[in-house]
Design a binder for this molecule. Structure first.
Ligand code: G3H
Length: 197
């Protein structure tokens, strides 16, 4: 790939309720953001779009696929699903702090290596996310342009590979919901731009 457009799903129902996990769809604002993204890409070749299997990324891709009917192939990979928060599914961070203070403290101490009981952590999800990226590159026949629509933790993992961040900093990389990363990668250089849509 030469151009990777790395997008996070826009505002979801769980985002506004401050809940983690789940499979909520986009809010009205999120759907408008998805349309803004599709308008931003009019005129940009985009033969392949990869999403997770979760509703919020599928809904994010919908306007793009609708406006580019027949020109874009879409694959949904579970490798790009958001971090599995196990027993904390559907909770807010405040709930976790109140009901599982030991978990909350352990995660604050070492966010990268922390693993949610019955779920994943950044360290344990890294392998499947990178497998997803390899699969996407392979399936797209090494296309010059691909878009991945992922989630906060997933996009942090993907970005960290390009940004050469220390593992312990990865869970804190800023991944906004109204901007996307355009990563241009050539043999001699890698370029990053955070662009508004
Ligand atoms: O749990 C889902 C979030 O998108 C990941 O965010 O690792 O900063 O808690 P966090």
């Amino acid at each position: 790939i030469k151009n990777l457009f790395l997008v996070r799903h826009a505002e979801s129902v769980y985002n506004v309720r401050d809940r983690i996990g789940g499979d909520s769809g986009l809010t009205d604002k999120g759907r408008n953001q998805a349309w803004a993204l599709s308008r931003r890409f009019i005129g940009t070749p985009l033969p392949y779009i990869f999403t997770s299997t979760l509703r919020r990324t599928l809904e994010m891709a919908e306007p793009l696929l609708e406006t580019r009917r027949g020109q874009t192939i879409h694959h949904a990979f579970s490798e790009f699903d958001e971090i599995n928060v196990g027993e904390c599914e559907g909770l807010s961070y405040a709930d976790i702090e109140r009901t599982r203070p030991e978990l909350f403290a352990a995660r604050s101490r070492n966010k990268y290596n922390f693993v949610y009981p019955g779920g994943e952590g950044y360290a344990t999800m890294a392998g499947r996310v990178y497998r997803g990226v390899k699969k996407a590159i392979y399936l797209s026949g090494n296309s010059e342009y691909i878009m991945i629509i992922g989630h906060q933790a997933v996009n942090r993992m993907i970005l960290s590979d390009f940004l050469f961040r220390r593992a312990e900093d990865v869970p804190y990389i800023f991944i906004p919901q109204d901007k996307y990363f355009h990563i241009v990668s050539t043999q001699s250089k890698k370029l990053f731009e955070l662009r508004k849509y």
